[in-house]
Design a binder for this molecule. Sequence first.
Ligand code: COA
Length: 195
Amino acid sequence: MEPLILKYGNIILRDRIPADLADHRRWLRTETAWLDWDAPWEGNDPPFISKYLERLEQQLHQPLPAIRPTLEICHADGAHIGMVNAYYIDGDRERLAVGIGLRESSYWGKGLGTQAFLLWLSYQFAATGRKRIYCQTWSGNTRMLKLAAKSHFSECERIRNLHEIQGQRYDALTFVLNQAVFWTMHPELHPGGTI
Ligand SMILES: CC(C)(COP(=O)(O)OP(=O)(O)OC[C@H]1O[C@@H](n2cnc3c(N)ncnc32)[C@H](O)[C@@H]1OP(=O)(O)O)[C@@H](O)C(=O)NCCC(=O)NCCS
């Protein structure tokens, strides 16, 4: 299968290559600020990290799925800065959710997460044909909340006080985005050009 390369603004989304593994290793050992924001309640102990890296390595030797469940995020300047993913909420195939992690913290707050997220949404909407796509975060993740809101997601589920992070309680949040709304707001991202 042909490698996939998507571009929007200063962002490139592409399939994983072997050289990415060194960054993934670094993002779990030294450049780890993103872990304070991306599900900080999850324990990332050494056995978990080893298994995670082993799985990434194994996936490099497997055929690429027709619809990608993950892509790597690169800046147009060539830097490899994070990844996007897609998953079923609680394994429910009716509810496909997208996730994003700019794992290089020096790239935060420059509009790059917005570009990468919109590009990933356009790919998932076009490739899957789904009418709705979800995303999830927690009430303390201001950047992600703003990103979901400006991408026109609306809140559809809130579990109050589910997570305790550094002695404070936060809500678990699920948002939903309608495909028609997305293409109306971002016709430039539609595979057929403007709609
Ligand atoms: C969440 C994330 C993808 C956002 O990407 P980003 O490039 O940093 O954000 P952007 O520059 O595109 O800005 C998105 C919004 O957040 C706002 N924002 C950016 N930095 C902010 C800050 N320090 N405080 C408050 N708001 C901020 C922006 O103003 C923008 O909203 P606006 O356009 O309404 O003003 C990125 O910060 C990240 O990956 N963080 C770590 C991992 C994570 O939290 N992933 C999400 C898990 S659910």
